[in-house]
Design a protein around this ligand. Structure first.
Ligand SMILES: NC(=O)c1ccc[n+]([C@@H]2O[C@H](COP(=O)([O-])OP(=O)(O)OC[C@H]3O[C@@H](n4cnc5c(N)ncnc54)[C@H](OP(=O)(O)O)[C@@H]3O)[C@@H](O)[C@H]2O)c1
Length: 320
């Protein structure tokens, strides 16, 4: 089968489209013919081997896993003898992070990493959903306790998490401001952001406004900046970003809550937890993934470069 393989850390140039052996399905797994896969920040971090500390898990000098790719959608081609929920021919999608292997024509997965794909959802739409949509739901609902009438700001709003986040937030009757680069602001207005801020022109932490809830996909500022931008009893939720800033958030969070009546929270992704909620929203026309692409597998270099530069809108999807 064809797969995107990497044997050393680096940028998109270290990825190679190669013929490799098709995986063999174990008793508790299904074999999936992959139809679409999306690129996540996690894939990009593992490709680069950055931050360096992550190499303790992914391989000190070279990557242990040779094929990345977690968010896939495809059709089941074979089932292991202990598999109960799925059968051959089922169309499925899910986040295979930890096991990886999605940038390939075939991948094996455990059934708990998968959900049935609705017939009305394309493979590309399904592959866009798992990680980014779960982070958005878990950030806004589980950690942020989003409530009607609030003012929400999403930082890094034009990528995966932000484009799902605004659609979820609008269901709660929330006023949403999105912060990203100039090239994404039209798209952001079109999908429901009430206000948009070009971060190169305006600093949302210094414009005198406050927000009840901030969802951050970038975490590129000091925790004191974020605290300043929160209203009284406001909640700041980060899903990820700069490692140094995240550590600051982690250590200062209890003190900030104690002295300021403002709350700082970090999302630890629960993969696939809210896939059925996203299926419901999609089925009722309340959510539609924003897709950059789809790119053909042969265009992987273009797709990864676009993602690496941050120039993508929504989710970068590759069709197999
Ligand atoms: N918590 C967990 O367990 C977990 C698990 C997986 C992933 N993650 C994290 O979740 C996040 C994924 O977010 P995502 O999929 O939405 O990423 P994304 O698609 O890369 O979107 C991030 C957006 O931020 C914008 N941006 C860059 N610099 C900015 C700045 N200074 N201010 C505001 N916006 C800026 C980028 O656009 P421009 O570059 O054009 O500005 C891009 O549109 C990552 O941080 C990842 O590490 C967390």
């Amino acid at each position: 089968m064809k797969a995107l393989v990497y044997t050393k850390y680096g940028g998109p140039e270290v990825l190679q489209l190669r013929e490799v052996e098709k995986p063999y399905v174990k008793d508790n797994e299904v074999l999936i013919k992959v139809h679409a896969v999306s690129i996540n920040d996690w894939d990009y971090g593992l490709l680069n081997g950055l931050p360096i500390i992550t190499r303790l898990a992914s391989g000190l000098l070279k990557p242990k896993k040779k094929i990345l790719g977690s968010d896939i959608a495809g059709r089941i081609e074979a089932v292991g003898k202990n598999v109960k929920q799925f059968q051959t021919g089922d169309e499925v999608f899910g986040d295979l992070s930890g096991k990886w292997g999605g940038f390939a024509e075939y991948v094996c997965a455990r059934e708990n990493a998968l959900a049935l794909k609705p017939a009305s959802m394309s493979f590309e739409e399904a592959a866009a959903i798992p990680q980014a949509a779960m982070l958005a739901v878990q950030g806004l609902v589980d950690k942020g306790h989003i409530q009607s009438g609030q003012k929400l700001l999403i930082n890094g709003a034009g990528g995966g998490v932000g484009t799902f986040g605004v659609q979820i937030a609008k269901l709660y009757g929330v006023e949403v401001t999105g912060v990203d680069s100039a090239g994404k602001l039209d798209m952001m207005r079109a999908i429901g952001f009430d206000h948009v801020i070009d971060y190169k022109k305006e600093d949302f932490t210094k414009n005198g406004r406050c927000y009840d809830l901030i969802l951050d996909a970038k975490t590129n500022r000091s925790v004191f900046d974020y605290t300043r931008a929160l209203c009284r009893n406001g909640i700041y939720v980060t899903v990820g970003g700069d490692m140094g800033r995240l550590l600051q958030v982690l250590f200062l969070n209890p003190w900030i809550s104690m002295i300021s009546k403002k709350y700082i929270r970090i999302v630890v992704l629960k993969p696939n937890k809210d896939l059925s909620y996203m299926k419901q929203l999609f089925g009722s026309g309340k959510m539609k993934p924003v897709i950059d692409g789809p790119y053909k597998l042969e265009e992987f270099s273009k797709a990864f470069s676009l993602f690496g530069k941050g120039d993508h809108k929504g989710k970068v999807v590759i069709s197999m």
